[in-house]
Design a protein around this ligand. Sequence first.
Ligand code: ADE
Length: 247
Amino acid sequence: MNRHVKLRRNEENMTKIGIIGAMELEVEQLKQEMTVTSVIKKAGMDFFEGNLNGADAVIVRCGIGKVNAALCVQILADVFQVSHVINTGVAGSLNAKLDIGDILISKDALHHDMDTTIFGYQPGEVPQMGFREFTADERMMALAKEACEKVNPDIHVMYGRVVSGDQFISSKEVKERLITQFQGDCAEMEGASIAHGAYLNSLPFVIIRAISDKADDSAEMDYPTFEAAAARHSAALVKEMVKGILP
Ligand code: ADE
């Protein structure tokens, strides 16, 4: 279990899984698979509530970036009273062991664009929190890995660190900095905010990202070529893993 999280339960003590993707591509397949009972619009986001592969779930496209992601988690917590949060999507690889098409499951996530080092905080640390990594839920991590091995047996999957910022990483220099400063395994633009929001609401979370590019000078070319297949793989994994999340 997340070392920081004292689990919160919704009023009925039920399992309800909030599933967030930044882009339509990342959630469209899951929405098609879901038996939708209602669609509610909040903060410009459509929340699809219903049943996915036997599990009560809410699927939502939050839009790109950390502000959208944070707002979305808070709505999932307050309005939909979810018990778990999954973030699915694509990311740029920061680790030579992670190739395009591979899948990373978060062990933790941090904000790479938070910098208050001038006041003595660590790079990435949100002032006064006392730590900089938001730790993913161990059970959800294990379920995600098992599900991946089942539905995507040919895909290399590993645990690692997600580093997030409001920047698309497409230069060797920035990539190197994210590796040396943060030991990041993949870079994207929402995960740490979702982790941070889940932590503040005492909700267990996991981030699942399929690699669409190498976050370097080739990223601009590779991203559009590989994003669709990458998003499909992480969606297939999410559909399978929700079955395993029991109260
Ligand atoms: N999402 C997918 N690839 C990315 C990259 N290189 N930087 C940030 N977010 C991404």
